[in-house]
Design a protein around this ligand. Structure first.
Ligand code: SF4
Length: 254
């Protein structure tokens, strides 16, 4: 995607403004209330750029993540839309057993509790803002700014891909960003309470995710760029929107 090359030098704030200009109300940010998601939320309120923030509450999140969401709503004034799975974890376990204890079960559980709630609202959006960074390494080391998400039929936009660890620290400190307190307790990344542990010094950043399943389970699939790419992934957006994105019917310059 040629736009990706054009966007490499753009600041996260410029990319957020471009996204709002292009997608208007059919745009939302996706946050799990980890530090990078909080930085995006802070930028949305400080620029400001208006959009929903989608938060998938799997029903087994840490209290600290829910409290961070509540603070973001109260202090940043953002409209956070909480999405939930159809069944509680209690109902799911009664029907299917404790899924997250095996690699196959984990995929099914993440599918039911993380991906399905997003499927349920996908018709409402053409683009989603994420907070992936290349500095996180692993599969994210080559994450593009713009990526297609065939499952949700949206464009994924990651304005923070070029944010270094130092920039993230600096922005968080200088702007006094609301951050999930678990980051100060050894949790480098934060997901469900069943599948997330703190990380010891020297361990990879994502070592605390699905630790009980071994080193092969480090991504849940909610971000398509974390997975091995399909041959030619594509999405189907309205033609006038595609024209606008490609600059064929607008003089918006970035
Ligand atoms: S992270 Fe664990 S508990 Fe959460 S949805 Fe995935 S498998 Fe289930």
């Amino acid at each position: 995607m040629d736009l990706n090359r054009t966007f490499e030098d753009r600041s996260p704030e410029e990319l957020l403004l471009w996204a709002r200009e292009m997608f208007e109300d059919r745009l939302a940010a996706l946050s799990s209330m980890q530090r990078t998601g909080s930085v995006i939320c802070h930028m949305l309120q400080s620029i400001p750029v208006k959009m929903h923030v989608l938060f998938v509450d799997t029903g087994v999140l840490f209290e600290e993540s829910l409290a961070t969401r509540d603070r973001i709503i109260a202090e940043y004034g953002l409209e956070v839309r909480t999405l939930s799975p159809q069944k509680t974890m209690l109902q799911q376990t009664a029907e299917l057993g404790v899924l997250y204890l095996s690699p196959e079960g984990q995929k099914q559980c993440c599918e039911l509790r993380k991906s399905a709630p997003l499927d349920a609202v996908k018709e409402e959006y053409d683009a989603l803002i994420g907070s992936l960074r290349r500095a996180d390494g692993g599969q994210r080391g080559a994450c593009p700014i713009l990526a297609v998400d065939p499952r949700l039929n949206v464009l994924r936009i990651n304005p923070l891909v070029n944010f270094t660890d130092e920039q993230l620290d600096e922005y968080t400190r200088e702007q006094d960003v609301i951050t999930n307190p678990l980051h100060n307790q050894g949790y480098t990344t934060i997901g469900c309470n069943r599948c997330t542990t703190p990380v010891m010094p020297g361990e990879p950043r994502r070592a605390g995710r699905w630790r009980h399943l071994g080193p092969w389970s480090v991504y849940c699939g909610i971000n398509p760029t974390d997975l091995d790419p399909e041959q030619s992934p594509s999405i189907d957006l309205p033609q006038d929107l595609v024209d606008r994105i490609l600059g064929r019917s607008t003089d918006y310059m970035i």
